[in-house]
Design a protein around this ligand. Structure first.
Ligand SMILES: [Zn+2]
Ligand SMILES: [Zn+2]
Length: 267
């Protein structure tokens, strides 16, 4: 499988699949006339994605980061060796706080149910713009993980993929709630998908010149992913949980699914 899906074309394939999931999420909102089936299905996907993502960060991305950094700083303590990578991790986390919640006035995952927050016409674009930065790093995560190994790449790809449909749904719902047409909403989801693909391509191109790019891209995008999982998706799970505790249980199912696939891929 690695022979077929490895290399640059493999990266493009996985990037395109993630981008397509964004678009399908947008379609789901528009075709099902918002909410109904789409929302019920996607809230479980948000919970599953959050659990899987958290496990992928702590069990794959961070250990691989520590491995890369301690190997390149031999002779110093492990704490000193990984210092730079932990700064990148924090930087990735804070970047999304800045773009999704400091610059953008109002953003949350899932269906937009308070359009009054979008009185200013530019507000929707700011929110989608903030999400654009995050989705670019979704692509960076996928590419950086594949640079570590095919197995790590596949696990991180699945982690990212699981939240891609809810993401497209979110973008489309922001656009519709701010009075845009369904066509514009679909274009916005395409733009978000394109950002993911751009993130994948950017890492693939930089890697040609700077082979150590993975040392920086992996912890930084892990910080971004941590923000998405713990500060974007989990609050959405907890909000839904008031109505249905099953949604919160699915977070644990996401972690369990990660361990299962992790186990299967080792064999
Ligand atoms: Zn809202
Ligand atoms: Zn994302």
């Amino acid at each position: 499988m690695e022979a077929i899906f490895g290399g640059f074309s493999g990266l493009l394939l996985f990037g395109t699949l993630a981008a397509l999931a964004n678009f399908v999420g947008g379609l789901l909102l528009i075709k099902s006339g918002a909410h109904r089936f789409g929302e019920r299905f996607l809230k479980y996907l948000v919970a599953l994605g959050a659990g899987f993502m958290l496990a992928a960060i702590f069990i794959e991305m961070l250990p691989e980061t520590v491995n890369i950094w301690t190997e390149s700083y031999k002779g110093v303590s492990a704490a000193k060796a990984v210092g730079g990578s932990m700064t990148l991790l924090l930087g990735g986390y804070l970047l999304i706080q800045l773009f999704e919640h400091t610059i953008a006035p109002h953003f949350h995952f899932g269906a937009e149910t308070h359009p009054e927050s979008f009185m200013r016409p530019s507000a929707a674009y700011t929110a989608v713009g903030g999400l654009w930065i995050h989705t670019f790093f979704d692509g960076v995560s996928i590419a950086a993980a594949f640079l570590v190994s095919f197995r790590v790449g596949l696990l991180v790809f699945i982690a990212i993929l699981l939240h891609k449909m809810p993401e497209g749904f979110t973008v489309a719902s922001i656009m519709l709630a701010s009075g845009r047409s369904t066509t514009k909403a679909l274009w916005a989801t395409l733009a978000i998908g394109a950002a993911t693909l751009a993130g994948v391509v950017a890492i693939a191109l930089v890697q040609e010149r700077v082979t150590s790019i993975v040392a920086y891209a992996l912890p930084f995008s892990a910080g971004v992913t941590l923000y998405v999982a713990a500060s974007d998706l989990i609050p959405e799970v907890n909000q839904k949980e008031e109505r249905n505790p099953m949604v919160s249980i699915v977070v644990f199912a996401g972690v369990a699914l990660f361990y299962l696939l992790h186990r299967l891929m080792e064999g």
